[in-house]
Design a protein around this ligand. Structure first.
Ligand code: FAD
Ligand code: NAD
Length: 452
């Protein structure tokens, strides 16, 4: 048994935990980070990065494969993809970033302990790995244990029934796949397999895909899925898998694999928080504006604290908690957390959605009227601003369009800085870019759009 004492102990080295450790190190706090897996957590190892790598690879392959069908005068002969090689490339990226994250924590002088953590009491955590058992006592403890895929009792993971983790590591392209859940992961990975040549069927319990967002915003994604020959079955519930068929309440779907993406649950089980009797918010750990739990000295950040389960929210919370522990006067005061669904086209939402705030209005600009969109053969989608009639404050921005994720920073910046329609409308936006659509949506709200 090895005894360690520190000021700050962080359980989990995902985006929340590792960013908290780096910031704590910068502020001179003696910090220990524990993880039973590799640095970077879900996001780096089996989430954001691997999925975006495969989205890119599948998109490149699909573009090359269909280049001869387009108007650009390109012709290609029978391109092919070796998925095992693609996966090896993706694994290489993940490894590079694992090393990078470990290096950043080391540079910040945060000590990394590998192993599984369990609370012994509100100040002490036991960590076990194959070689040793540690007892770590800390003044402050941050729970950053993240989340895991929800398993449906009638579709247990294993064999042909995959979670996102297994789907990101397939080395052979399945002939057919049924995706249960048309949310973020189901749509991102469903599109990957469709572009690789798999026959994809998406089964969504609600009446349409990405039910969190309005129909107009998800319309271009639904249209593209249709063009990619993906079958979307909305208002349908999966019931089991037997003899190569997904059973649903509306008939059977033949599928070599089934990918279950019906949400994620917090990783709170088996870490001893039951004994601490922390107050929960549904299945998640309840936190206040400084991410403190119901027990003094224990904080929680990231997916374990609930929606939105996004890496950049976990990072921002991690940074804030380190500063709070260092004695700085900080609290959660963000106006907007951007969310990007990396479908084709991509969907971005930031701040208020239409009808969410009384007295708000909306104005949108379609990419059909945008020169840059025409030059990239992607005129599908639009940018929409939600604004307050009384003072023209921009309260929310949503967009759907190819590559639109890169504009999410402009959306967040505008909302965080309290921009008004006139501020964005009078800012010079480079031509020809998709970003002109944001300026035009604001000008349109003011009644003097230039290009529509
Ligand atoms: P996690 O990243 O889950 O990290 C928690 C860490 O804690 C893990 O490393 C785990 O090993 C460790 N841990 C847990 N329990 C213990 C214990 N008892 N002892 C020791 N260690 C423990 N978000 C985005 O913002 N953008 C995206 O594009 C995106 N894509 C995604 C794609 C997929 C396929 C998935 C699954 C998720 C995606 N997400 C995305 C969500 C994102 O991954 C999470 O929001 C983010 O990882 C949460 O960070 P976290 O630090 O809270 O937890
Ligand atoms: P999700 O909540 O986005 O989507 C789950 C979908 O499954 C919902 O549309 C729901 O109606 C449907 N569903 C639930 N039970 C069902 C059933 N029995 N049959 C059919 N459909 C059913 O969940 P997810 O896609 O698993 O993603 C989990 C979380 O991971 C997300 O909430 C998100 O925060 C995060 N994530 C983010 C990104 C990103 O930022 N680009 C990407 C992937 C994941």
């Amino acid at each position: 048994m090895t005894d360690i004492k520190c000021k700050l102990l962080i359980i989990g080295a995902g985006p929340g935990g590792y960013v908290c450790a780096i910031r704590a190190g910068q502020l001179g706090i003696d910090t220990v980070v524990i993880d039973e897996g590799k640095p970077g957590g879900t996001c780096l190892n089996v989430g954001c990065i691997p999925s975006k790598a495969l989205i890119h690879a599948a998109d490149e392959f699909h573009k090359i494969k269909h280049a001869s069908d387009g108007p650009l005068g390109i012709s290609v002969d029978a391109p092919s993809i070796d998925l095992a090689k693609t996966i090896a490339w993706k694994d290489g990226l993940v490894q590079r970033l694992n090393t990078g994250v470990a290096g950043l924590m080391k540079k910040a002088k945060a000590r990394f302990v590998s192993g599984r953590a369990r609370f012994l009491d509100g100040k002490t955590v036991q960590v076990k790995n194959d070689d040793d058992t540690y007892s770590i006592r800390a003044e402050h403890i941050v729970v950053a244990t993240g989340s895991a895929p929800v398993e449906l009792p009638f579709l247990p993971f294993g064999g042909p029934v995959l979670s996102s983790t297994e789907a990101l590591n397939l080395t052979d392209i399945p002939k057919s796949i049924a995706v249960v859940g048309g949310g973020y992961i189901g749509l991102e990975l469903g599109t990957v397999f469709a572009k690789l040549g798999t026959k994809v069927t998406i089964v969504e319990a609600e009446d349409r895909i990405l039910p969190l967002y309005d129909k107009a915003l998800t319309g271009p994604v639904a249209k593209r899925l249709d063009d990619l020959d993906v079958t979307v079955m909305a208002g349908v519930r999966a019931q089991g898998y037997e003899n190569g068929k997904l059973k649903t309440d509306q008939g059977d779907i033949a599928a070599e694999k089934v990918l279950v993406t019906v949400g994620r649950r917090p990783r709170t089980i088996g870490i001893g928080i039951d004994e601490l009797a922390l107050t929960l918010d549904g299945p998640f750990i309840k936190i206040d504006k400084t991410c403190q739990t119901s027990m003094r000295g224990i904080y929680a950040i990231g997916d374990v604290t609930g929606e939105p389960m996004l890496a950049h929210r976990a990072m921002a919370q991690g940074e804030m908690v380190a500063e709070h522990i260092a004695g700085l006067s900080v609290e959660w005061d963000k106006n907007a957390i951007p969310a990007v669904c990396f479908t084709d086209p991509e969907v971005v939402t930031c701040g208020a959605l239409p009808d969410e705030v009384e007295g708000s209005k909306t104005s949108e600009f379609p990419f059909q009227a945008n020169g840059r969109a025409m030059t990239t053969e992607r005129e599908d989608g639009f940018i929409r601003v939600v604004w307050r009639e009384s003072d023209h404050a921009v309260l929310g921005i949503q967009a759907v369009g190819a590559g639109i994720s890169e504009m999410s920073a402009a959306f967040s910046l505008a909302i965080e800085m309290g921009a008004r329609l006139e501020d964005i409308g009078s800012t010079i936006h480079a031509h020809p870019t998709q970003s002109e659509g944001l300026q035009e949506a604001c000008l349109r709200a003011l009644g003097h759009a230039l290009h529509i």
